[in-house]
Design a protein around this ligand. Structure first.
Ligand SMILES: Nc1ncnc2c1ncn2[C@@H]1O[C@H](COP(=O)(O)OP(=O)(O)OP(=O)(O)O)[C@@H](O)[C@H]1O
Ligand SMILES: [Mg+2]
Length: 323
């Protein structure tokens, strides 16, 4: 697209999964250099790809960035129990069939057929949630690069077609169904939690105004709380970076509403409870509540014992405005 492309020594490629794409991606995604390289390499090699990782680890962020930067066609499908083969593949329009019969003109392409015909990326979120029969359609497409639709015929994949799927390995819904047949037909990239520095940058990028007003110290403390939740003994699942983003946004709003400084314990604790108590999952058999655990996590980084904050005073003086 840029004038420079015309004088490049490389031959132009229709879908450029190359170093230039990688460079553009790194300006949109925080960190993840290694993963971005892996994704671009797998797509450049024409492989199907499965991204696997806990919630909030940037799978959608990475794929959306690729969709927007790579300049290739992109079909987006939300994986859930209602994704029948007909919804994925497409179907004959029943009304038109009555008047015209089963002719190709009255077939309404679903996302799979559109992606096959255009040679686009087919991106399936939460692939582990889709029904078995729909998964089987995808398995066939991955092995044969074509699909056979009754009364429509054989639709072959145009060059460029690839399946990119994402799933959360801890998702209780149907995870077991992702058969080895799927794994054997695609490359897999594990997306784990990012470093504390990257997560702090992600919070700043997602909540720039609130982060700027609260200051780096408070935003970093929120990231600490969220990270601690991931290996708390009473928790089965901790919070993703989404929890830290929400906590920063809510702290900012609550401080304004209450006319209190943002580091006031009554502000940060309520923000932590709002942002995190629903996100963390207690271990089976734990006698605690999630509020209780969140408060403990909060106290370690925001509590009155924190020696750099005159937190107790702030509570006592109450209405000290922040204007
Ligand atoms: N590397 C990153 N760069 C920029 N933002 C990120 C990154 N990772 C996560 N985020 C932020 O965190 C939020 C959650 O990320 P994302 O939706 O990509 O996670 P996901 O892995 O797709 O989660 P899920 O499994 O729940 O679908 C995004 O809205 C984005 O603001
Ligand atoms: Mg996602």
């Amino acid at each position: 697209v840029t004038p420079l492309a015309a004088v490049s020594t490389d031959p132009p490629t229709p879908a450029a999964f190359d170093a230039e794409l990688l460079r553009r991606l790194t300006t949109r995604v925080v960190g993840r250099r290694r993963e971005l390289e892996s994704v671009v390499a797998a797509l450049a090699a024409g492989r199907h790809l499965l991204l696997e990782g806990p919630p909030g680890t940037g799978k959608s962020t990475v794929l959306r960035a690729i969709a927007e930067e790579a300049g290739v066609g992109f079909e987006f499908v939300e994986g859930n129990a209602e994704l029948t083969p007909a919804r994925l593949v497409g179907a004959f329009d029943p009304a038109a069939v009555l008047s015209e019969g089963y002719v190709p003109e009255v077939f309404v392409d679903g996302p799979l057929l559109s992606a096959l015909r255009d040679g686009s990326l087919l991106y399936v979120e939460e692939i582990n949630r889709i029904p078995e029969e729909t998964l089987n359609v995808l398995i066939t497409v991955m092995s044969e690069a074509q699909v056979h639709v009754p009364r429509l015929g054989r639709i072959a994949a145009a060059p460029g077609f690839r399946l990119v799927a994402a799933m959360n390995p801890f998702d209780a819904v149907g995870t077991a169904r992702i058969a080895s047949a799927v794994y054997d037909r695609c490359c897999r990239l594990a997306m784990g939690y990012q470093s504390i520095d990257d997560e702090a940058l992600i919070v700043r990028a997602a909540a720039p105004d609130a982060s700027a007003e609260l200051g780096a110290h408070l935003a970093l403390a929120a990231v600490h709380v969220v990270r601690d939740s991931r290996d708390h003994p009473d928790l089965r699942t901790g919070s993703s970076v989404r929890g830290a983003i929400d906590m920063v946004l809510i702290t900012h709003e609550l401080a304004g509403l209450r006319g209190l400084p943002a580091d006031n314990p009554s502000v940060t604790l309520d923000a932590a409870l709002l942002a995190l108590s629903g996100r963390v999952r207690l271990r089976e058999g734990s006698s605690r509540t999630s509020e209780d655990v969140v408060e403990e996590l909060w106290a370690a980084h925001f509590g009155p014992s924190d020696d750099d904050e005159p937190a107790a005073d702030a509570v006592a003086s109450g209405g000290r405005g922040k204007a």
